[in-house]
Design a binder for this molecule. Structure first.
Ligand SMILES: NC(=O)c1ccc[n+]([C@@H]2O[C@H](COP(=O)([O-])OP(=O)(O)OC[C@H]3O[C@@H](n4cnc5c(N)ncnc54)[C@H](OP(=O)(O)O)[C@@H]3O)[C@@H](O)[C@H]2O)c1
Length: 311
């Protein structure tokens, strides 16, 4: 019978020593304290809480790319809340420091690196740091970073095309490659890719971004099969409009926003926390038989064929 492997609680290791942090130039909070919240169940007869490992990430290590804003920020907090130790990265050092200070004040054990994931050498450096921070073991990789350039196909310059490809697809492919040995070494690994409904359906002026998300969807399925032997699962999450800085500008157009609402059965935008909850579920032991799936978080948008509003 197969076993669900729950890594042991991390012991205070050398990786959290100030000397090592400064040697590696890792951004860290002033003190990395244990997280507060842990998932509990209430036993039937008396109401004393019982720890349930199926719904906990306690003892697990996670890398979340792009964790300082939007969906990535919500994912960092969701994973930490379930007991994981998280490392994140972004390009803006002062924004990263601000987030780390805030998480520290909440008692969250989060570390971070400044890294532009579209640059190969910086990805190498990031994964070297992650390996040092987590002693060569990684349970969770969240490939969250992605960007967009909205233009008709014929207007794309070669440079814009390369930027989108490097940021959205080449980066997640390479980071996954670099993470493989760490995921394998942990004994139980989970990769979650941030896709989009644009990977399934055609959206105006988004052909190149859509192609990168379509590629992510296929990579999700291939890795699920290729890495299953190593107990590494691979899934993707595909959001429709979620209220973040990335889409602020396009949604500031009232008419466009109305079109978005009318196309969305739930008649509203999503919140980053409505994506992070699914990402966290896909990392939990409770989802241990789910792999190779791409799940939409879209208020019903992707299943909305023709449904006139008569209500
Ligand atoms: N929001 C939506 O409606 C929506 C819908 C479908 C899919 N998605 C997908 O969800 C993911 C997150 O989107 P979001 O809306 O949360 O974005 P966001 O609000 O713009 O946040 C992006 C985060 O990633 C970091 N980042 C961006 N480029 C980076 C790079 N080259 N290297 C390292 N870090 C980088 C940003 O920090 P820095 O700027 O400091 O680097 C920030 O922390 C993306 O893959 C996106 O395609 C979003």
């Amino acid at each position: 019978m197969s076993q669900i492997l729950i890594p042991p609680l991390p012991s205070p290791s050398s990786s959290s020593s100030p000397t090592l942090y400064s040697k590696l130039k890792i951004r860290q909070p002033s003190s990395v304290r244990p997280v507060r919240s842990q998932p509990m169940l209430h036993s039937g007869s008396n109401s004393s809480p019982v720890y349930n490992p199926r719904w906990s990430l306690r003892g697990m290590n996670a890398l979340v790319t792009g964790g300082t804003r939007g969906i990535g920020h919500a994912i960092v907090e969701e994973l930490v809340g379930l007991g994981a130790r998280v490392h994140t990265c972004c390009r803006n050092g002062s924004e990263l420091d601000g987030c780390l200070r805030e998480w520290d004040s909440l008692g969250f054990g989060v570390t971070g690196s400044v890294c532009d994931v579209s640059v190969r050498a910086q990805r190498d450096e990031l994964m070297g740091t992650v390996s040092s921070v987590f002693d060569g073991k990684l349970n969770i990789l969240i490939n969250n970073v992605g960007t967009n350039i909205r233009k008709p196909v014929v207007d794309f310059t070669a440079e814009e095309f390369s930027t989108l490809m490097a940021t959205n697809f080449e980066s997640v492919f390479h980071i996954s490659q670099l993470a493989y040995q760490l995921l394998k070494a942990s004994g139980v690994g989970s990769v979650v890719f941030m896709s989009s409904v644009s990977g399934f359906v055609s959206l105006k002026s988004m052909s190149v971004q859509s192609a990168t998300k379509g590629a992510i969807n296929q990579l999700t399925k291939n890795l699920a099969c290729e890495w299953a032997k190593d107990n590494i699962r691979s899934n993707a999450v595909a959001p429709w409009y979620i209220r973040t800085s990335m889409v602020e500008q396009v949604l500031s157009n009232k008419e466009y926003l109305e079109e978005v609402y009318s196309r969305t059965p739930l008649r509203r935008l999503g919140d980053p926390k409505e994506v992070s909850s699914l990402v966290a579920f896909l990392c939990l032991p409770a989802s241990s038989y789910i792999t190779g799936q791409i799940i939409c978080v879209d208020g019903g948008m992707s299943v909305n064929g023709f449904y006139p509003r008569h209500d």
